[in-house]
Every structure is written in C-alpha cells, then in structure tokens.
Design a protein around this ligand. Structure first.
Ligand code: ARG
Length: 555
C-alpha cells in the first residue's frame, strides 16, 4: 500500500496523480502534502482556494486523521498507528512482490541496451548502458509491463571485411579459439596499424563477400560473432543482465529497402553530392544520411528499419534506447525522420541518454592501448571485495561467493547511483566503501537486519494499535514510499532514484538499529521492532534486486 496513491485516489480529481503528492521537509505540518500551485491555471482559482475546497470535501478515516489547508498547500496527517499497521502488514504479506504493481498490464516496453559491437572490446564505456538498461528492464517488469530486452548488436560494416583479411593473413584457428574476443580484437587492431591501400581494397572485397552470402566469409563472420557473444554472455550472467533478442544491425539488411522506398514515395529523399539524404534544415539539424554515394546504408538507415520492424512486431507502448549522450543528434534525427514519414508512434521512441564513465587514472578511451575492459573492472572489484570482507570478518563462510555479490554490486551501483546524464569517475575505493553511499553499505545493513532476525527465534507477530516513536516512524515512512519510488524511476527512466532510496532507507534503519533495543526489548515493542526490521530488510532487498544486485545473508 502506497499512501501517495491512497491520497490521490481519495482526492479523486482528474488533475491530481500520486506523483503530485509530496513529502514535506517539515513533518510538523503534515506527513504528506499536495501543493496546489500547478492546479491554479487549470482550475482558474487561487491555490489557497483550491486547497480550501479540497479540504472541505475530504473525509478523514483510519489512515488519514487530519487535513489542513495552509498557504496553497493541502496537508495530510496520517494516523500513525493505522498507517504503520497497514504498511507493515502489506510488506510482510507481499515480501518479494512488495512495491510491484500492474500499471503496465497489456503494454509492451522495448529496451535497446548494451548493444555491443562484435569483435570489439566490451569496455568500461558499455557499463552504463548495460546496467541502466538492465535496471529499467527489471523496473518495468515489476510494474507489470511486458518487457523486451534487445541487444542491437553492432554486427554490420566494413570492419568485418578487415577482420577477415587480418585473420587470413596472420590468424590461426587454434589461437583465436583460445584467445577468444581478445585474439579477434588484436587482429583487428593490427590490421588498422599495418593496412596499406591494397589491404584496404581486399577488406572491402571481403565485406562484399559477407554481403553476398559467400560461404567462407559468412562462416568466419559467424564464428567471430559467436566468440564475442560467448564472451559477453558470461559477463551478462555475472551482472544479472538479460536479453530477449539479439537482433543486431545486420538483421535489418533486407529490411532497409522498403524504408527507402517509403521515403521516396513520401518525397522525403533528396540527392546531395551523390548521397541520399533527408533534409532537416527546417528543424535546425544537419541532414540525416540514408545512403552514401556508393549506395551503402548507414547507421541511421538501419535504425529506421529497426524502429519500423519493432513497431510491427511488438506494437510497443514505448521503445527506449539506452545510449550515451554523444549520440543525441543521431536519435533526434531519425526520430524526426519517422515523424516526417507520418508515424504517430515516433513520439513513443525515447532516447535514454547517459553520461560518460571514466576511471580515476583518466583511462577510458577506446584509442589504441588505453581500452579498459569491463571484465577487468569487475575482476578488480571482486578481488578488492574479497580482501575487505576477509579483513572485516575472517570467520565468514563462503567468502568467495559473497565477494562476488559484493563486488558485482559495487560495479553496478557505482555506475547507477548518480543521475544518469552526469559524467562520472569510477573509483574502486569509493564504490567499495562500507560507510559511503554504496551498495556495500546497503548490503551490510541487510546482513545486520538478517542477523537480528535469525537470533529472534521467529516468535513475533505484528502488534495492533502500536504507536511508533519518531525514529521508528521514519523507517516506516521510508518503507512505505518504495512503490512510488519505483514508479518515479520508471517514469523518469532513472534507476538512480531506487539506488538513492536504498541508501536513504538503510541510513534510517541504521539510526533505528543504533537507538532502539530490538532483541532485548519487551512485549509489543520487541514484536514491533522485529517486524520493522523484517520489513526494512524486504524493502532494501527488493530495491537492490531491481538494480540487479544480490544480498548476502551474512557479511
Ligand atoms: N552499437 C552502438 C554503439 O556502440 C550502440 C547501438 C545503440 N542502439 C541503437 N539502436 N542505435 O555505439
């Protein structure tokens, strides 16, 4: 039960949604408030009058004990014990479904994320798209949407001709089989270092072979692709990342012509220096390139074909592209082209842009020699996690498994914690700190709660009519706001809201843990505090799980 939803329902105004109900900083006025300023324009009344009108027609009940109208705000006081009882009852009943909803029933959301490039390094630059996309996948699922995760593979382009040329010159099957993606990438890098004009011509030739379905070239290409996928899938498994489709750019090879025909038919295609473009000057953008002068298609051409295919196949409600802000223009351009083609659903395409990740030593670029493979970042975090938890608790069993959960959590949470559009610097020390705003801190809090619960003897029931003190009540309210946080995160495509929520709840729980006796308390207080501990554990665990992060029982 989420009380913002409860209040919004009670107000039953078409202009008020649960998202409009705010948590006032000063709880003396009320536990929740509705600022009426936004409504003034729509209702053509002053905010003060609107608040007054709402107040007069509002009937208080077990949960909302008092309503007041002050300076254009409608303030709600919650009946603490009724509220507390109802929140904890819901959490303890719903457990791992707590916070879920069926808002999305019947709606399909497509998420294009991670979208790796075949035979190229899977590097730190792919971290954000992978973990943000994966979190959105889990969040929308939790809200009842039908979700389709798509890895729009970068598997198209002349670089595959280069790779075949390099392999035929210097490669050997056994070595590549053994070295996997690293060996493949080395061949590619070497080609770029050593290729002269003849080799470039040869590479173009091989690319044509792939295009024409020539057997040897296609087999080699498929082999490079399977090596890359085998490699990235291991990392996806560790990061709890899932895809339903690996239809990449190549998949659209035979689906571009109909798009080009339609552009022609609609008079949108123009010749410019031999190339075919859609002019976007009226919209303040450079032209969108559709075909090069040699007739080759472009990234945007394939994205247009992909969008049309996706609409026809899935009839999506939204199609999200989790891609770095460097590609802002690309998305604006091809979304605009679809709009000009008269596709009303172009408005349902969303570029979920995020900032850059760099490491503390400045490394991040994919230029020669400076690539930081994501695998190495993970490895280092897990190793560091092992050292830290061993130092903290030498007796701990299953250290390796716990280090994996903690290390992976740190990688994900480190990339997710900030507003996604911000550029971030990834610091191993920071993401693994027990004291900071980290997943480790949240996981440790869970282990702490778990330890209390396991010592309790499981002999507690939720007491009726219990009135929590201020510290306990803060925890109750934080737990209660989980559902709305999940909704906000979905609406803003911002998983960081859930990460921040988890840290906030963990801080409030720890304050309670330090200030209030739990196991040694007596009677209803002991029962209540154990229930509160259990409920906090559930809300924390569910929030981390939406980010793809596990919770060890002990730490
Ligand atoms: N593979 C591309 C890159 O690494 C990202 C693809 C994103 N998805 C899309 N539909 N354009 O830049």
């Amino acid at each position: 039960m989420d009380y913002r939803v409860y209040i919004a329902n009670k107000l039953s105004s078409e202009h008020v949604t649960s998202g409009d109900i705010a948590l006032p900083p000063n709880t003396e006025m009320g536990d929740y408030a509705l600022p009426c300023f936004k409504l003034a324009k729509i209702l053509r009344k002053s905010p003060v009058q609107i608040a007054e009108d709402f107040k007069n027609s509002f009937e208080t009940d077990d949960v909302i004990s008092e309503v007041s109208a002050v300076n254009g705000y409608l303030n709600f006081k919650i009946n603490k014990s009724g509220f507390t009882q109802s929140v904890l009852k819901t959490v303890l009943k719903e457990v791992d479904r707590y916070g879920s909803a069926d808002d999305g029933a019947g709606k399909t959301v497509l998420i294009d994320y991670s979208s790796v490039n075949i035979a190229k390094p899977f590097h730190i630059g792919h971290l954000s798209t992978t973990v943000i996309g994966s979190a959105l996948y889990k969040i929308f699922k939790f809200l009842g949407y039908n979700v389709v995760g798509i890895n729009h593979l970068g598997d198209y382009g002349t670089q595959f001709g280069k790779l075949i040329s390099a392999y035929k010159r210097w490669g050997n099957r056994e070595e590549v089989e053994k070295g996997g993606i690293h060996a493949v990438n080395e061949l590619y890098v070497r080609f770029n270092e050593e290729a002269d004009d003849d080799m470039q011509a040869e590479a173009r030739e091989y690319f044509c072979h792939i295009e024409n379905g020539e057997k040897e070239a296609c087999e080699l290409f498929e082999w490079f692709k399977s090596l890359t996928l085998a490699y990235v899938n291991k990392i996806y498994d560790r990061l709890n990342v899932h895809f339903d489709s690996y239809a990449g750019e190549r998949f659209y090879t035979d689906k571009m012509q109909p798009v080009i025909d339609e552009l022609k038919e609609k008079n949108l295609l123009k010749q410019s220096e031999g190339a075919q473009i859609v002019d976007l000057e009226d919209y303040g953008m450079p032209p969108c390139l559709i075909l090069r002068s040699d007739g080759a298609s472009l990234y945007a051409t394939r994205d247009l074909a992909a969008a049309m295919y996706r609409k026809n196949t899935y009839d999506f409600y939204k199609c999200l592209y989790v891609v770095a802000y460097q590609q802002n223009l690309h998305f604006k351009q091809f979304f605009k082209v679809l709009e000009l083609m008269g596709k009303p659903w172009a408005k349902d395409l969303v570029h979920v842009a995020y900032g850059m990740v760099s490491l503390e030593d400045g490394a991040m670029s994919t230029r020669k020699g400076k690539v930081v493979w994501l695998e190495d970042v993970i490895k280092r975090c897990v190793e560091k996690a092992y050292t830290i938890i061993s130092e903290k608790n030498a007796e701990l069993e299953n250290k390796e498994q716990i280090a994996e959960t903690v290390g992976i959590g740190a990688v994900i949470f480190g990339a997710l914690y900030n507003n996604k559009i911000k550029d971030i610097t990834f610091s191993y020390d920071k993401v693994l700190s027990f004291e900071g705003e980290t997943s480790v801190y949240v996981q440790y809090t869970c282990a702490r709660a778990n330890s209390v619960l396991s010592k309790s003897g499981d002999n507690y029931v939720l007491p009726e009519n219990f009135i929590p003190d201020a510290t306990e009540y803060e925890v109750v309210k934080a737990i209660a706001s989980f559902g709305q946080t999940v909704r906000d995160a979905a609406e803003k495509y911002e998983p960081s809201l859930i990460a921040r929520y988890a840290v906030d709840l963990a801080q409030k729980f720890n304050k309670f843990y330090i200030e209030c006796k739990i196991l040694t308390a007596e009677g209803a207080a002991r029962d209540f505090r154990l229930c509160l501990t259990k409920a906090a554990h559930i809300a924390l665990k569910n929030s981390l799980s939406l980010l793809g992060i596990g919770v060890p029982e002990k730490m």
